[in-house]
Design a protein around this ligand. Structure first.
Ligand SMILES: [Zn+2]
Ligand SMILES: [Zn+2]
Length: 140
């Protein structure tokens, strides 16, 4: 994402474009490998040594709440983050824990009787198994 469009998407989500929020967005733009909050903090802190862990984590929360950043749930491990931008599904490797993007396709809605009064916005899938690297190692 260009600097100007980071600023624009922050402001159109009602968030002030602070140096920290900008740094988090810029880092996620350049690092598509689904970094953890700790990795994001380390990177932001390198750019601006005054930034505290708490502020970075709070900013990350704000960005998730505003729908700009998505937290990929990885049970038993630290949450991983990426930019909402293009919709996609995820693949998580059972062996190395790698989180990879998979091309988006629409998932059929559940039947209304199972939904009850819930309102579903969308459905993201998480595929699990062995990533290409680990699959190769397994078959050898
Ligand atoms: Zn793997
Ligand atoms: Zn992703």
């Amino acid at each position: 994402m260009e600097p100007a469009s980071i600023k624009r998407s922050l402001e159109s989500s009602g968030l002030r474009c602070t140096a920290q929020r900008y740094a988090v967005m810029a880092f996620l733009t350049d690092h598509k490998g689904h970094p953890t909050a700790a990795e994001i903090f380390k990177a932001v802190n390198r750019m601006d040594p005054r930034s505290s862990r708490a502020t970075t984590y709070n900013n990350l929360r704000d960005l998730v709440k505003a729908g700009l950043v998505r937290e990929v749930a990885v049970e038993g491990r630290a949450g991983r983050f990426d930019l909402e931008g293009m919709r996609h599904h995820h693949f998580i490797c059972d062996r190395c824990g790698n989180v990879e993007d998979m091309e988006w396709y629409d998932v059929p809605r559940p039947v209304s009787r199972s939904l009850g009064k819930r309102i579903v916005r969308e459905c993201q899938l998480i595929f699990r198994g062995f990533c290409a690297k680990c699959a190769q190692r397994t078959s050898r």
